[in-house]
Design a protein around this ligand. Structure first.
Ligand code: SF4
Length: 320
């Protein structure tokens, strides 16, 4: 099956479907976690997206709204077998606040259900539409944590690399409204793309904007390659005219030979990674922010305010 490319001027097709189950457990680095994805596919069209698996070749072009998601979530939480529940990640394989949310409102309804059952949650997004739900998250501010994934403040790069996302300056304006409202927010600079978004000046611009927006927590991670992602990244390197970029990725930064094994992840070499991340940590700390994400929310006894300290809780950095 041929994967559609991320760059397209066509709007995606929206379809609805019913899901049997919406809360799904997943294991990250040996830790348990829960996730909900109210949509399948994503209009943000990031070329480096990790969620573009072979079973969803129309990932960028056909967005499925799981129209019964709030009802299924309600029923799953009502019949939850355990006394406790881990924080829920909204969402792991799509952006819950992509444009489809304006039409269907499923994320908003799912958040209301999570709050009703006293379930803590994290939101990961690149969206400004989340501003619509500022009051909703604000009233739950001790039990939620909102993270914006921001890769670049350079508009030329953003328009090419993630054409469906809003510009960084718009996201920071929205973040400021959330931090002013007392909601705990973080920025995840992820992925940092070698030779594309890894320069000191680019990272500093994001860090300065985080600081100006009142963000207390900043984290970052380097791009991981997979065979399909590599095909798209090669095009991005070529379109940005990055001289020897493809060779440098293969020989120096990732050290692999083509073809890449299907669905196998390749990470950057350790010295490059520690150089970039140490520099990032230093710059973040200089601004008085924390280079980490907090374990703000513990597992909960379902439908109760009591936290539960047993078990191995998934933390935000486990998702990175
Ligand atoms: S916002 Fe996230 S899920 Fe959507 S295309 Fe970008 S990386 Fe993929």
């Amino acid at each position: 099956m041929v994967m559609n490319m991320w760059y397209s001027k066509h709007s995606p097709v929206f379809e609805t479907k019913n899901s049997k189950s919406i809360v799904h457990p997943f294991i990250v680095k040996g830790h348990r976690g829960l996730t909900i994805n109210p949509y399948q596919g994503c209009q943000h069209r990031c070329g480096y997206c990790y969620a573009t698996y072979e079973w969803s070749p129309e990932f960028y072009d056909k967005i499925y709204a799981k129209s019964n998601a709030p009802e299924v979530l309600e029923s799953q939480l009502k019949s939850w077998k355990s006394e406790t529940i881990e924080p829920v990640m909204v969402s792991s394989a799509t952006d819950a606040y992509q444009p489809a949310e304006l039409k269907y409102g499923l994320t908003q309804k799912c958040i209301e259900v999570l709050q009703k059952h006293n379930v803590p949650y994290y939101v990961f997004t690149k969206s400004t539409l989340i501003e619509r739900d500022l009051k909703l998250h604000q009233k739950y501010k001790d039990d939620c944590f909102l993270v914006w994934s921001i890769t670049t403040c350079d508009e030329k790069i953003r328009r090419l690399m993630e054409p469906g996302t809003p510009p960084a300056h718009s996201m920071f304006k929205v973040i400021k409204k959330f931090t002013d409202a007392g909601v705990c927010c973080g920025v995840n600079i992820d992925p940092i793309m070698p030779f594309i978004t890894d320069s000191q000046s680019q990272l500093q611009e994001i860090i300065d904007s985080c600081h100006d927006s009142g963000v207390p927590y900043v984290f970052g991670a380097l791009l991981r390659l997979r065979s399909d992602i590599w095909e798209r990244v090669k095009i991005i390197l070529k379109l940005l005219h990055i001289e020897n970029g493809i060779d440098q990725y293969k020989k120096t930064i990732y050290q692999f030979r083509e073809p890449l094994e299907p669905w196998c992840n390749v990470t950057v070499n350790e010295s490059y990674e520690s150089r970039v991340l140490q520099n990032l940590e230093e710059k973040v700390s200089e601004k008085g922010m924390i280079f980490d994400f907090p374990d703000l929310i513990r597992s909960r006894r379902l439908n109760s305010n009591q936290s539960y300290n047993g078990g191995q809780q998934v933390t935000l950095t486990s998702y990175m």
